[in-house]
Design a protein around this ligand. Structure first.
Ligand code: FPP
Ligand code: MG
Length: 338
């Protein structure tokens, strides 16, 4: 199990332009200070719980996207840009505390999840605390930001609720799943791009393009994460592989495999219908069959296709290092190894 997820000093993104890389690192370090400051309480215990996952690592994809999108505007150094970067990471962090309780996850960012380190009560309330901090900070960004943040939060929660229920009659399970993913992950990543563009003063056209880009990249990010949950054998993701399967959470490769009418898939389909939460042997067999199934490549192709769509939207930006970095961001997200 990897215990060294990306540190804040490294960018989880290949940037070829040294000037842009330097600017992003300086900005991200300032965001990191803000995060530590806002994830703190007058209570030592609450501060420890709130900083637990923050200090465990993480790729800081969302703040990085805020900072990168801001580079498409005339004022990338605006204080509001860093505040917005802090807001999206705190919101994300809050959701992880809750998510790990719901998933009964043991490991997050290579560390014990908060529910394991303490208990479900502490994990849920710490998520609430971080979300409150994020909301307080959003108020500094003005009324529109509060409205955007509220809408985003609702989408996040709706996506998470929809994940646990069956599609409505007549709705294809894959389409239902894509709606879930767009809500629970796409929405906050779209908002990250929107905040960056807006608070750096980018034009409405660029703001629209980057928001649409963020929405697609965010969806691809989650789909890629789900593929990794199946494909990863070593826990390089900083999480326990096979968790979705064990918890019966539907993901794209599983839903695509379930479409199969090939008799050779009978055993896999039977296992997918069984309770994999308690039977370790069945879980291991199912994971092995799924890893070797063509649905994995089909899912990977779908994600790469989405990344291409996202990159096409970037033609609204002038060619140059910022556009190149946003293209690289879409590529990194589509083909994740951690
Ligand atoms: C990770 O999904 C979960 C999310 C992206 C969103 C979860 C949203 C909530 C729990 C709503 C509550 C939110 C707040 C802000 C208090 P996953 O389990 O597929 O990903 P994982 O592999 O990283 O666990
Ligand atoms: Mg989870």
């Amino acid at each position: 199990m990897s215990t060294t997820p990306t540190s804040a000093g490294d960018l989880a993104l290949p940037i070829t332009d040294p000037g842009l890389e330097r600017r992003l690192k300086v900005q991200l370090a300032r965001v990191e200070e803000l995060l530590a400051r806002h994830a703190s309480s007058r209570s030592t215990f609450v501060t420890e719980a709130a900083r637990h996952l923050l200090e465990a690592g993480g790729k800081r994809f969302r703040p990085l996207l805020v900072l990168l999108a801001a580079e498409a505007g005339p004022n990338p150094d605006a204080e509001e840009v860093r505040t917005a970067a802090c807001v999206v990471e705190l919101t994300h962090l809050a959701s992880l505390y809750h998510d790990d309780v719901m998933d009964e996850a043991l490991v997050r960012r290579g560390a014990d999840s908060a529910n394991v380190r303490w208990d479900n009560h502490v994990a849920i309330l710490t998520g609430d605390f971080l979300f409150a901090r994020s909301s307080e900070l959003t108020a500094e960004l003005g009324r529109d930001a509060v409205r955007i943040q509220s809408k985003t939060f609702a989408q996040l929660v709706e996506g998470q609720i929809l994940e646990g229920i069956d599609p409505e009659p007549g709705v294809d399970p894959v389409d239902h799943h894509l709606e879930v993913v767009a809500g629970k992950t796409g929405a906050l990543i779209a908002t990250s791009a929107l905040y960056g563009a807006r608070f750096a003063g980018a034009s409405p056209e660029i703001e629209r393009a980057l928001t649409a880009y963020g929405d697609i990249v965010g969806t691809a990010f989650q789909l890629s994460d789900d593929i990794l949950d199946i494909a990863s054998e070593t826990g390089e993701s900083g999480k326990t592989p096979g968790t979705d399967l064990r918890e019966g959470v539907p993901t794209l490769p599983v839903l695509l495999a379930k479409r199969s009418t090939d008799p050779a898939d009978a055993r896999l389909l039977e296992l997918l219908e069984s309770d994999l939460a308690t039977d370790d042997a069945a879980h291991a067999e199912c994971l092995a069959l799924l890893r070797a199934h063509p649905a994995m490549d089909e899912a990977r192709r779908y994600v790469v296709g989405r990344a291409h769509q996202a990159k096409d939207l970037l033609t609204a930006l002038p060619a140059g290092p910022v556009r190149d970095a946003l293209e690289a961001f879409a590529d990194v997200v589509a083909v994740r190894t951690s």
